[in-house]
Design a protein around this ligand. Structure first.
Ligand SMILES: [Zn+2]
Length: 117
């Protein structure tokens, strides 16, 4: 996802929409989703996950970066993607997924990145 205009620091760009499900249900779905290579499950709390495959918006297409230009704010059960700095038109919007390498996917945020998602 790319910025179409300048976004000021700390702007709430979009909320990560989707169906709220239990961690157990999410684990089941993620196994299924991994087979097609797309997982849009965002951990909201220790018990709750937001699955953007159901009722999600374009926030699910925002890529991870190890040095992102956005950060996550969770407020009243809503996941907000906020600008960590001033973002110029044409820049890709990114945030850090903080998955701790659970998915064992090599990060491709930049050439030579050694991280796992
Ligand atoms: Zn990376």
């Amino acid at each position: 996802m790319y910025a179409t205009r300048t976004i000021n620091k700390n702007t709430r760009i979009i909320d990560y929409a989707g169906e709220k499900i239990s961690v157990r249900e999410s684990e089941k779905r993620e196994r299924r989703y991994m087979k097609r290579g797309r997982v849009w499950c965002f951990t909201l709390t220790q018990r709750t996950v937001v699955d953007a495959a159901v009722g999600g918006n374009i926030a699910r297409f925002i890529n991870h970066a190890c040095r992102p230009n956005c950060y996550i704010e969770i407020k009243d059960g809503v996941i907000w993607i906020r600008a960590a700095r001033r973002i110029r038109a044409g820049e890709e919007i990114t945030y850090h997924y903080n998955t701790g390498g659970d998915a064992q996917m090599v990060c491709r945020c930049r050439p030579g990145c050694q991280s796992f998602l």
